[in-house]
Design a protein around this ligand. Structure first.
Ligand SMILES: Cc1cc2nc3c(=O)[nH]c(=O)nc-3n(C[C@H](O)[C@H](O)[C@H](O)COP(=O)(O)OP(=O)(O)OC[C@H]3O[C@@H](n4cnc5c(N)ncnc54)[C@H](O)[C@@H]3O)c2cc1C
Length: 422
């Protein structure tokens, strides 16, 4: 009997994972809008090869099962991230053992909440007093930096779930996260999947058991089912460069997507001629516009990555790349008390990765608002056993917003389909 046809929209971690899971049972076509696969995973070769520059995902936050399993299968190495945490505030340097001093007490208060609140509401109840001003500032910068969340929207319960499962060790892939995508892509092709890039999907006409897809280039594709892995901000758009029009409309799903928080990020990567920071520095947190910077330890290459997330990234993302880079350099100059001109002359290569302006994702990763859990339940419900949504934002577990979350969601969509076909 001929295999059923399946279309997967988006060749990021979720789409490729779903394809790998279903390639034996379906004839699969993956339609990807970009010229390359990987989505929010993109590794660039640097002038200092084999050093790799990660424009998107960089860390593996703990021993995450699907990521580790794939790395093993692909025979790709991972390295434990090293280095100490430093904080520079009000002109003072501090070394610290954890990202936030007072972490345990904070988690206790978060755990004790009966009903979910936004982080802003929670801070107003527990940490309003002047004595807590510093802790309050650190919590906000952690939520905005790590979770790329707007504290006026982010739900405390989901943050608690994530923060209380934080692992001590995290990892990098020295050959780049892109090498994992390369492996998955090769495996998909080996199993017979067609991966078509530069295919921006604009229209999906569907009825039970039948899907007709139209791309911007005017190409038509037909299948029995489709898995849609486009990022949540793309699904949220009623009309936009990358948005998809569904007929019949899926208003309830699009509305549910509006209840998921989407976090903006700008990453600036600068390779210097030589190190000018402490040799055991892993991360530095500050009060600057680009508040967070990290090194490549244990790799000693003199490379710094600057990171700004949340509402500040949203505002800054509208500026030109030159402007953003200048702001990043000013932040660095202020933290390390060096003239901007001196830093400029020491630069070998530099990059600005403005994910706020990336039309195919419009965010780095999602976060939960108090209303997200119910919305996610609907988004994870198949539409007439014909359309299935997947992607990092639809994952419900301890590692939200990660590559692991995307892999798990792709796998989960595949499981639902397998259950239907029996
Ligand atoms: C700057 C940055 C840093 C990050 N850091 C980390 C980290 O350190 N660790 C970690 O685990 N995770 C990190 N992440 C998050 C991680 O990259 C994502 O969670 C994950 O890659 C998402 O995978 P996905 O398949 O769900 O979505 P995506 O990778 O976005 O895949 C969706 C695909 O759909 C395509 N698409 C969109 N619209 C259309 C359309 N209309 N037609 C066809 N195709 C379309 C997109 O081009 C994209 O390729 C980071 C992300 C960013 C941006």
């Amino acid at each position: 009997m001929a295999k059923q046809e399946l279309i997967i929209i988006g060749a990021g971690a979720a789409g490729l994972m779903a394809a790998l899971e279903l390639a034996d049972d379906f004839s699969i076509t993956i339609l990807e809008a970009r010229a390359v696969t990987g989505g929010r995973i993109r590794s660039h070769p640097s002038l200092l090869a084999p050093l790799v520059i990660e424009s998107g995902a960089e860390f593996i936050h703990g021993k995450l099962p699907l990521t580790f399993k794939l790395l093993k299968k692909a025979d790709i190495d991972r390295a434990v991230v090293k280095g100490k945490f430093f904080r520079k505030e009000k002109g003072e340097w501090n070394r610290q053992n954890e990202m936030i001093e007072g972490w345990d007490g904070l988690l206790g208060n978060m755990r004790s909440l009966e009903h979910d609140l936004t982080m802003a509401e929670f801070l107003d109840i527990y940490y309003k007093d002047e004595v807590h001003a510093e802790l309050r500032r650190h919590i906000i910068s952690y939520a905005e930096g790590f979770d790329v969340a707007d504290i006026r929207k982010a739900g405390v319960k989901a943050l608690y779930e994530e923060w209380s499962h934080e692992e001590d060790k995290f990892y990098r892939i020295p050959s780049g996260y892109g090498s994992l995508i390369g492996f998955m892509e090769k495996e998909c092709v080996r199993k017979g999947c067609a991966i078509l890039t530069n295919q921006l999907v604009k229209q999906i006409d569907w009825e039970r058991g039948e899907v007709a897809v139209l791309t911007e280039r005017g190409d038509h594709y037909r299948a029995n089912k489709a898995i849609i892995t486009i990022p949540i901000p793309v699904l949220q758009q009623a009309a936009g460069t990358t948005s998809i029009n569904f007929t019949p409309a899926l208003d309830a799903y699009v509305k549910a997507a509006m209840s998921v928080g989407t976090g903006p990020v700008i990453k600036v990567v600068i390779l210097f001629r030589k190190r000018f920071w402490e040799k055991d520095m892993g991360f530095v947190f500050s009060e600057e516009i680009f508040p967070t910077w990290w090194t490549q330890l244990p790799d000693k290459t003199p490379l710094l990555t600057g990171w700004v997330g949340g509402p500040t990234a949203d505002r800054l993302g509208k500026h030109s790349e030159e402007d953003i880079f200048e702001k990043a350099l000013q932040s660095l100059a202020s933290i390390f008390e060096k003239p901007v001109e001196e830093l400029k002359t020491a630069i070998v290569e530099s990059y600005v990765f403005n994910w706020v302006n990336d039309v195919y994702s419009k965010c780095a990763y999602s976060y939960d608002m108090p209303e997200t859990a119910a919305a996610r339940k609907l988004l994870c419900t198949p539409v007439e056993n014909t359309l299935f949504f997947a992607g990092e934002a639809l994952y419900d577990g301890e590692s939200p917003g990660t590559v692991e979350a995307a892999l798990a969601s792709g796998k989960d969509a595949a499981k639902k389909i397998r259950k239907i076909i029996g």
